[in-house]
Design a binder for this molecule. Structure first.
Ligand code: UD1
Ligand code: UDP
Length: 363
């Protein structure tokens, strides 16, 4: 009998993790796959554009939960998905990443006794002030099956007492999206549309509360970006949280006057087209740390820790402080071309390994 699979999608970084698995599951005859969009991200440029770029169909369910406090958002998703899951009783609930909706849907599945699996399990920053770290810890404790991107994640789970038979290293699903879209990404040449020269510009993304929610910290970052912008052109697709904080702190104009190219959040193909041709990337994003390692572009991550240490040990990532960021950028630009190692199983084949794992667990 055909099994029902729910794939949970909620926020921008989820769509790149869901898409390759959706396409792989659609090719299976033993299951019927449905996409559940919780509505955590809802602006067209934070959601719809990715469905279009990644060739995803309209979600089967749209829960429309939207923004709010952590409690409102997590609780709202639980209430809405709780009804859907209780009625549909999927054979598999697959959650990805570490956003509030990931935890909420996992908790719903666990309480209903439905088989729940976490894709991108085992990452740990060891920083419990990060909302995502709490989401990761609880999601991994509750999920029946944990699909990890790398061996360090397996070790984290084992250290937390999770039995080894619940853990499978499948590799990095985001790389599947990159490989799937690579021809379009390479063809797009966004740098030309922005009058930029390959290798001679920086891409900036910032949205972590630890960087953007405190005006004094945000002001230091803006000062640094202005200094860097005087040396190389910077293009900065601004996350809605960050735009609101820059506006509230009166810092948006300072960036504009310094010639930093502020644009709305970009679609996946446009954004990755800028990344692969950049001299360096300045970010606090989780996914961007991985993508830059894969494509060999220097990445400066403005954070004190990372749940993705393999991007530092093996890849092109460096953790940096806001103060002195411009010096780190100078060093990174000199380092360009120093291609590091791509982690094992970051090869565009992760979705296939997840499907194989599901088939084994169905037996
Ligand atoms: C969320 C995730 C974070 C992830 C990020 C990816 C949690 C706790 N956080 O953070 O892990 O890295 O998404 O981008 O789950 N907003 C809009 N339009 C939208 C979405 C958000 O205007 O489509 C604004 C709202 O003012 C909202 C704010 O952005 O309050 C923050 O959105 P939210 O989803 O709560 O957190 P993110 O910072 O996006
Ligand atoms: N991304 C994008 N457009 C942008 C900024 C980021 O398509 O303007 C993509 C990026 O390539 C990566 C994902 O969004 O695939 C990362 O999402 P985000 O930084 O919002 O979340 P995080 O990974 O930090 O949770």
């Amino acid at each position: 009998m055909s099994q029902l699979v729910h794939l949970i999608a909620a926020a921008r970084p989820n769509f790149m993790k869901v898409a390759p698995l959706y396409h792989a599951l659609r090719r299976q005859d033993w299951c019927r796959v449905q996409i559940v969009h919780t509505g955590q991200h809802y602006d067209a440029n934070m959601s719809d554009t990715f469905f279009h770029d990644l060739r995803l169909p309209e979600p089967d369910y749209h829960l429309g939960v939207g923004s709010g406090s952590h409690a409102e958002q997590t609780g709202g998703v639980m209430i809405a998905y709780g009804k859907v899951a209780a009625e549909a009783r999927p054979d598999w609930i697959i959650v990805v990443g570490d956003v509030n909706s990931t935890l909420a849907c996992c908790l719903v599945g666990a309480k209903l006794g439905l088989r729940t699996a976490h894709l991108e399990a085992g990452l740990r920053s060891r920083d419990r002030s990060m909302p995502e770290e709490l989401n990761r810890i609880v999601t991994d404790q509750l999920s029946d099956l944990l699909w990890t991107p790398s061996a360090d994640a397996d070790a984290n789970l084992l250290a937390e007492g999770i039995p080894i038979d619940r853990i499978e290293c499948v590799g990095n699903i985001m790389i599947d999206s990159f490989e799937m879209m690579k021809p379009q990404i390479e063809e797009r040449r966004m740098f030309a549309s922005f009058d930029l020269v390959t290798g001679a510009y920086g891409v900036v993304t910032l949205h972590r509360p630890s960087n953007v929610d405190t005006p004094s910290i945000l002001a230091v970052l803006v000062d640094e970006l202005v200094t860097i912008g005087a040396k190389i052109p910077l293009i900065f697709p601004v996350h809605p949280r960050t735009r609101a904080r820059l506006q509230a702190a009166g810092l948006l104009d300072r960036l504009v006057q310094a010639g930093i190219r502020l644009v709305d959040p970009l679609g996946y193909v446009d954004f990755m087209s800028l990344v692969i041709n950049a001299g360096c990337v300045i970010t606090d994003s989780g996914g961007v740390q991985e993508e830059t390692t894969y494509v060999g572009i220097p990445c400066l991550t403005v954070r004190e820790n990372t749940e993705r240490p393999i991007t530092v040990t093996d890849g092109t990532n460096r953790l940096v402080k806001a103060e002195g960021l411009h010096l780190a950028v100078e060093a990174a630009l000199k380092d360009r071309g120093a291609m590091k190692r791509r982690p094992d199983l970051w090869d565009g084949q992760t979705a296939g390994r997840v499907v194989a794992s599901m088939v084994r667990h169905n037996m």
